[in-house]
Structures are given as structure tokens and as C-alpha cells.
Design a protein. Structure first.
Length: 281
């Protein structure tokens, strides 16, 4: 490991729950002790080798069992390209079905992460295909995508469970709100729709203003929801929300692909490194 990578690891440990599942389970237990639920994500995407896609599926099946065996309040979130979606859609769907089956057998929620625009349409369709018979499967929706308002209306009408995020992939400007203010404004609008028409959803943001808005929206309705943030970011705010009686979850990515994941988050959104550095003090 080079000097630059070593320095990045020191910072990345703030938002990475370790390089293996044992470390992730330990971090999950710590989060539970702070009265937060967890969502574990095994890092890696855009897999084309079927044997590696199978290995990713087995990793999730193993972690789901570990969550149950350890009495952890939490679940996993998967990326469909981890299961080979880019090269073998049928195989990816079969692998997803295995993980869904395990989640249902153990009484766990299962989240599907949203990825780049290359697979957005396929991901939406696969989710809508599985939702009628698997209501405890949820989907992440990215507020910086210009099409998300329409997508949200469509899938809420079918009973979808949504985790609203801002988005972290580099995309063409005609597809996304590249301006931070515009992306935040759209997040606000989508959140209003969720509180008006949705139920049992996740507000995944570190933005205090958006969190305050969510609190106000919650006061005017009865929707069930949870705040969710990355490990190691806004820890003080998480604790305050828990103490105030809100449900809070921590998103815990882990695995050997931590370096590529961290580089992408920092290069595409440099403000993330500032947020992390502030969290160190």
C-alpha cells in the first residue's frame, strides 16, 4: 500500500466498516448500541465474471445470516451490477432472488442501491417486477437525477419503499442537476412527495437543513420514516436525532474495494472529504 493510499485509508475508516464481514458486524453492533439500525453494503460493482458475481451473492447470504445470528437490527443493500447485471441480466435476477429469499426467511428488509444511468432503467424495472411478491424490498432513488420526480410518482403508486439519496455518480449534465443547490432543491421537493404520498421510507442525507425540513414535514403527517447517514459522518447529529425519538440508521459499506469506492466519492464530490475531515475533530 503506497503512502497516498495509506493516508486515504486513515480517512476512509471513518466511513468504511472494515475490509471484511467480521469487521462490519462489529461496527454494526456498535451502531446498535447507539440505538441505530444498520444497512451493510459489500463494496464492488460492474462485475462481468459470473464466478465473481456468485461470490458476491454468497457474501451477502453469509452477512445476512451473521446479522441474524448476532441479533443485529439491520439488513443489507445490494447493487445489481455486483450480480452481473451489465452482462447477464438473467443471472443477476437469479442471484437477487436468492438474496431476497434469504432476507424473507430471516425477516429482514432488503435494499437495492441505485447505480449509474447505464442501469437505472433496468434497475427500476427489476425492482417493480419483484415488488408485488416481495414487499419488504426497497429501492434507493437519487435526487440529482432530473427524471427522479416522475420515477418517484410512478413507483410510489405501486407501493414502493424508497431510500432517498442525493447521488454519487458522474453523469452527463442533461441527466442530472450538477449544481449542488439545484440537487438539494430537488431533494426537498422529492421529500415533500414522500411525506405526502409515501410511507415507511428513508431520508438519507447529512444536510441539517433537509433534516430540519423532514422534521417539520413529519409533524404535519403520520408517515413512518427513518433518517440514514454514512458511518462516521454527522455522529453528533445522529445521536441528537436518536435522543429526540427519531429512527436513525447507519449505512456501513465494507470490503476490499474500499479504495476505489473512496476515490470515487472524493473525486466526484470533493465536499465529501471536507465533511470527513470535519468529523475527525
Amino acid at each position: 500500500m503506497g503512502l497516498g493510499q495509506g493516508l486515504l485509508l486513515r480517512v476512509a475508516k471513518r466511513w468504511i466498516a472494515g475490509t471484511d464481514s467480521a469487521s462490519a458486524i462489529k461496527e454494526a453492533l456498535k451502531a446498535n448500541q447507539r440505538r441505530m439500525s444498520v444497512v451493510l453494503n459489500y463494496l464492488g460493482e460492474e462485475i462481468s465474471d459470473p464466478s465473481i458475481a456468485d461470490a458476491h451473492m454468497r457474501e451477502y447470504l453469509s452477512v445476512q445470516k451473521a446479522i441474524s445470528d448476532s441479533g443485529i437490527k439491520g439488513c443489507v443493500s445490494v447493487k445489481l451490477t455486483q450480480f452481473g447485471l451489465l452482462t447477464d441480466e438473467t443471472g443477476a435476477i437469479k442471484r437477487l432472488a436468492e438474496v431476497i429469499g434469504r432476507s424473507e426467511a430471516l425477516g429482514q428488509m432488503l435494499w437495492i442501491d441505485m447505480e449509474s444511468s447505464r442501469v437505472l432503467e433496468k434497475t427500476l424495472q427489476i425492482y417493480l417486477d419483484v415488488l408485488p411478491s416481495h414487499p419488504m424490498v426497497g429501492l434507493a432513488l437519487q435526487s440529482y437525477m432530473r427524471r427522479s420526480a416522475k420515477d418517484l410518482e410512478t413507483i410510489l403508486g405501486k407501493g414502493a419503499k424508497i431510500r432517498l439519496v442525493k447521488g454519487a455518480y458522474k453523469e452527463p449534465p442533461d441527466l442530472v442537476f450538477n449544481n449542488r443547490a439545484e440537487a438539494t432543491e430537488n431533494y426537498s421537493k422529492l421529500m415533500e412527495t414522500l411525506f405526502k404520498k409515501g410511507d415507511d421510507f428513508v431520508i438519507a442525507t447529512h444536510d441539517p437543513k433537509l433534516i430540519d425540513q423532514a422534521k417539520e414535514l413529519a409533524n404535519s403527517g403520520k408517515a413512518r420514516f427513518e433518517f440514514q447517514m454514512l458511518k462516521g459522518i454527522q455522529d453528533g447529529l445522529k445521536d441528537k436525532l436518536v435522543q429526540a425519538g427519531y429512527k436513525v440508521g447507519e449505512y456501513l459499506p465494507y470490503g476490499s474495494q474500499w479504495y476505489a469506492y473512496s476515490k470515487r466519492r472524493i473525486s466526484e464530490h470533493p465536499s465529501n472529504i471536507l465533511l470527513l475531515l470535519r468529523s475527525l475533530f
